[in-house]
Design a protein around this ligand. Sequence first.
Ligand code: NAP
Length: 296
Amino acid sequence: MADQIGFIGLGIMGRGMTRNLIKAGFPVTVWNRTPSRMAELAAEGAGTSTSPADLASRCDVIILCVSDTPDVQAVITGEHGVLHGARPGSLVIDMSTISPHATRDLAAALAAKGVAMLDAPVSGGSEGAARGTLAIMVGGKTEDVARAMPVLQAMGKTITHVGDHGAGQTVKLVNQILVVGNALAMCEALLFAKAGGLDLQKTLDAVSSGAAGSWMLSNRGPQIIKRDWRPGFTIDLQQKDVRLILDAADQLGVPMLATSLVFNLYRVLQTDGLGAEGNHALVKALEKLAGIEVKQ
Ligand code: NAP
């Protein structure tokens, strides 16, 4: 019989990922903290559950995509958490972006109950989640990665086993150093273009496919010049990732120059109440410094 798949966390990412599992033919049961968010997926064929423990008691593979480290801890080890329902032999796959250190502790707590765990954070944005083209960076045991592969392939295109527990999360932080550096460069470049009197759309057309092209520029550049701040990824969650990078870098004793600059710029925007906007609204912090609006 096919593995029963459970999915916890039907946010911007989780909704698309769950939909792709259903499309691939997996029997899927969902749980979301705000129960009304389950209705949409239930209408598309998913079963529903009453708590993470309830879901875990009925599933062989339990996937999570929730916000931050304390949220994953609550969902796994909390009062009605996965740990209290999961059967020995089941597999937990955490696809949230959280602390590598906390990940290793959670893997040990689950292992004590005979439950395996993989950290499998993702990159590719809401677009990648919807299209099933995510990059997935996986930490954990080789045999568990092999077991998870068909499930991961339904959600992602590039699946890389990068090491043991926590290594997936550490690679995701590497990814996020690149993402925020790219975002800062994009915002600074567009600010310069505007100040120089250029047509912003033509500028994007000219540079996007050359050596300066990037996912960030192609997907979020057009949103910036249209002043469209709808989030693929919110500033609050982006800032959570930057904090995880700076915490880890502090432990490693590594200087993080651009990343700490972005942390402070996002802090300005959070103070202005913009934490729910998309991470490309980073440009607003530079606009504030320059007194220029980057608008087509
Ligand atoms: P989101 O839209 O804000 O959704 C967060 C989800 O987590 C919601 O389902 C929320 O439930 C649930 N949740 C949060 N705290 C919880 C708790 N304490 N207990 C139970 N459920 C909880 O966020 P997202 O953009 O999908 O991001 C999810 C994860 O993927 C994050 O770790 C993020 O860093 C990572 N990620 C996001 C992107 C992106 O582009 N969006 C890309 C790569 C990775 P409610 O519905 O009840 O609020």
